[in-house]
Design a protein around this ligand. Structure first.
Ligand code: RB5
Length: 145
């Protein structure tokens, strides 16, 4: 039996609607999905959700992650406080592709109040189907952690 990669996803209330759209999209890409919440539109604090996702990756319960808040900015700031995580706030397929090819980003960050659902799905698909280019980029990424 082949083991599929697990992707953890978390959002605050500003990202809850988009998270609901992205979970089935991740499953359609063949990933096991660990949905860490939030599970409704009641207000929660984005740093708490980012910490939960960071702990999940640190413990090896998922290999990569997705974070969604209203703008993506708060989640991006929060997740990049963890040296082993490289969160990329992405706005289109180009930034999604380069976040993987150049930065080996392991957490995709999206703004649920910024992106429409089709654009967000395009970002998700591109991010999770693009590999790291390595080479000169590997040296630079190694300097991050
Ligand atoms: C919540 O209102 C909002 O501040 C949050 O979702 C996010 O955009 C923060 O960066």
């Amino acid at each position: 039996m082949s083991m599929s990669e697990t992707v953890a996803i978390a959002a605050d209330h500003g990202g809850f609607d988009l998270k609901s759209i992205l979970v089935p999209e991740l499953r359609a890409l063949g990933f096991a999905v660990l949905d860490l919440g939030t599970m409704n539109s009641d207000a929660v604090d984005y740093p708490d959700m980012a910490e939960t996702l960071a702990a999940t990756l640190r413990e090896g319960r998922a290999q990569r992650g997705v974070l969604v808040c209203g703008t993506g900015i708060g989640m991006s700031i929060a997740v990049n406080r963890h040296r082993e995580l490289r969160g990329a706030l992405v706005h289109d397929a180009l930034t999604a592709r380069l976040a993987r090819q150049h930065n080996d980003a392991n957490v995709l960050v999206l703004g649920g109040r910024i992106l429409g659902p089709e654009l967000a799905k395009d970002c998700l698909r591109t991010f999770f189907t693009t590999g790291f280019d390595g080479g000169r980029h590997a040296r630079r990424v190694a300097k991050l952690s």
